[in-house]
Design a protein around this ligand. Structure first.
Ligand code: PML
Length: 265
């Protein structure tokens, strides 16, 4: 079996070192050797052409991963909720989070946190908030960094199949595929109750709520156009050690597409 390569990118400005600066963009790939060069190029292009501006710091790392160490997960089924306004989108998000098992007050707190900007300076974080699904307490050790999900991607054939299937719905977009892969990994992790996400790209107002119980539910509008605020909240239960939780989120997995056989998207 050929080895794979994990490719990670983080771009920032206002501080040319790993820890500092304003987060601009990031990306994760897990690819075979033949796809490595293209994956690096695509992530570098993303870093250098982001709508938030040119970074003065780009960290690109490439790491070999033994094929035998890579697990496999089935992509969550995908569905969509209409929202004609931000208020409607937030109401849908809270309703879905509660349906997935998050306490109402914690769900509302998660939404409010992404609205206000979850980092200590009121901006976006590099990773995700980890929130107690019952109390709404924030659990991540560094609220500027949060936790990151690493070493995941679509299995090459699975992505092509999934894209063909969702193309009639207009969902065959890199952004949706990447978000679905990440959400699938987070939802499968012991301790996760649900995830809330909306984009921090000013030009993209959509997001989703995802959980093993409800699948990946896209919500059309969760913020006003032009807003640079967004991010991810992982609602958890029974997670005693966030470092251990994050370590499992970095275990390599490839996402398979088996939803077609189950008759759902
Ligand atoms: C979707 O529309 O389903 C994808 C939302 C992803 C938001 C995060 C991002 O900007 O990538």
């Amino acid at each position: 079996m050929d080895d794979y390569y994990s490719v990670r990118m983080r771009a920032a400005d206002g501080g040319a070192h790993e820890a500092g600066g304003r987060h601009i963009s990031g990306g994760e790939r897990l690819v075979c050797k033949e796809e490595l060069e293209a994956a690096v190029q695509t992530l570098l292009r993303r870093a250098m052409t982001h709508e938030l501006g040119q970074p003065d710091f780009v960290n690109l790392t490439v790491e070999k991963v033994a094929r035998a160490d890579i697990g496999q997960l089935e992509a969550l089924p995908i569905s969509q909720r209409v929202a004609h306004s931000v208020a409607e989108g937030h109401a849908a998000a809270v309703e879905l989070l509660v349906q997935a098992g998050v306490a109402l007050s914690a769900a509302q707190k998660g939404v409010a946190l992404l609205v206000q900007g979850p980092a200590p300076d009121g901006g976006v974080m590099r990773g995700a908030v980890v929130m107690d699904a019952d109390t709404g307490a924030r659990l991540e050790r560094d609220p500027g960094r949060g936790v990151r999900v690493a070493q995941h991607d679509w299995a090459p054939d699975a992505l092509a199949r999934w894209k063909r299937r969702v193309e009639p719905l207009g969902l065959d977009q890199v952004r949706v595929a990447e978000a679905l892969a990440l959400a699938t990994k987070v939802a499968a992790q012991a301790g996760t109750v649900a995830e809330l996400c909306w984009s921090d790209d000013p030009g993209y107002v959509g997001g989703y709520v995802a959980a093993a119980t409800i699948g990946y539910v896209r919500i059309a509008q969760l913020k006003e156009p032009g807003s640079p605020l967004g991010g991810r909240v992982f609602f958890v239960r029974g997670v005693r050690n966030v470092q251990d939780y994050e370590a499992v989120l970095a275990v390599p997995v490839l996402i398979e597409d088996a939803t077609a056989e189950r008759g759902v998207w």
